[in-house]
Design a protein around this ligand. Sequence first.
Ligand code: C2O
Ligand code: CU
Length: 432
Amino acid sequence: MNRRDFLASASATTVLPLTALAGQAPLRLRAEAVTQQILPDGDGATAMLGFNGSMPGPELRIRRGKRVVIDVENGLEEGTAVHWHGVRLENQMDGVPTLTQEIINPGEIHTYSFVPPDAGTYWYHSHYISHEQVARGMMGPLIVEDDTPPDIDHDITVLLSDWQMREDGSLIDDYTNMHSASHSGYMGNFARAFLSKSRVKIGDRVRLRLINMATNRIFSLVLSGVSGQVVALDGMPLVEPRPFLDLVLAPAQRIDLIVDVTGPVGFDMNSRQGPYRLADLAVEGANTSRQSSPIMALLPYDLPIPNEPTQRLTLTMMGGAMSRRHGGDNIWAFNDVSDLPTGPFGSFKRGETVRMTMVNDTKFAHGIHLHGHHFFEVNSDGILGDLRDTTLVDAGKSRDIICVFDNPGRWLLHCHMLSHAAGGMRTWVNVA
Ligand code: C2O
Ligand code: CU
C-alpha cells in the first residue's frame, strides 16, 4: 500500500471532554457500537466500539478503599469482558475470560465489584479478542482518587492512542495482519490524545495523567508550555518527584505529571517525520493567585516490602520476524511456549518474594504486564527501581523485576503489545 506514514495530525479544535461518572453508587458501562469524531473536525467520523456512547469510554472516578460496583452491559454483537488494568483487585474481578470469568455474551450484564487499594491513574479495556476490541475503541480511564488530593488547579486525563484509518475516517480492520503481528504489531496511521479539559490559565498548576491506550505503539512524548515533574508511574507515586525531558510510554503504561503552565500547551509525539501533534490545551488568561512552591510527592504507596527472593525465574521472550526459531506453535513465545499453557509458568505461596529475569531474545521491544500486582524494576546497579505493572524491555535487552506475590489467584502475564499477546506471548502465574 502506498500511503503516507501518518494522516495529518489533529488540529487545536479536537479536544474531546470526557464525561466523568463519579461516586460509589453502582456505575454502568454499556459496551456498544459508537460513532466518534477521531479525525479533525470537518473530516469524517469513525464507526467504532466504545462505552456509553463514546470512545474513549467515560472517565470512572472512584474512591480508594471504598467498594465500587460496575455493571457491564454487553450491547455488542459479540462476546466481551472488561479488565481494570493495574488495580490490585480480587482475582475473580480481573476480567480475563477463561482464566477468571466466563465471556459476557451479547445482551448479558456482568457485575464487577472490588475495593481499589491504591489511589492513582488506571484504565479499563476489553480483555476479549483485545487486539481487535481495544483497537476498535473499547477502553477508558479509571481514576482512583486520592484521600488528600495534591494542591493543583486542574486534574486532566490525557489518553493516547492510534488507529489505522482511511482518509474518510473509516477504520481499516486489519487487526490480525500476520506481517504486522510478527513485527511491532498493528500500528495506526493516525494518532491523537483526548483530554478531559480543554483550557487552562498561565500559571496554573496542573496534574496530567498520561495513559497509553494504544494496542501496540510506544509513545515518545514531548510537552511544550509546561515545566514540572513526574510524580507517579503506572499509578504508583514516586518517592521523590523527578524531572523529565522525553516521556516514553509502552502500551498500557501511565505517567502522572504535576506541571506549571508557562505557555500554550502542546503534546507532540516523536515520529520518523519529526514531531506529530497529538493535542493542544488552550491557554486563556493568567492565574495570579497561585504562589510558586515546590512540587511535592503524592501520598506514599502502601505495598508489601520485598524480602530476600525465595524463587528466581527467567522469562525469555522469543519469536517474531528475524528471530531464531522457538518451540512454540504461534508467532511469539515465552520460554518456548506459545499461548496460555494449562499449567502456570510460576507457582507462588501467598506473600512470597520472587525475582524474575525478563530476557528479550527478539528483534522488537515488548511491554510485559503482570495482572493483580505491582512489581519493582531492578536497576542496573541492583537497586530496587520504580514500581510498575507493565515494564518495557527493549530488543536484545533484559530486565529483572522483584515482586511480592501477595494477591491469591490466577494472574495473566503477557506482552501488552496486543498483537504480540494474540500471537502467543502470554502465560500465567498462580498465587495460593
Ligand atoms: Cu491491560 Cu492483560 O491487560
Ligand atoms: Cu511484545
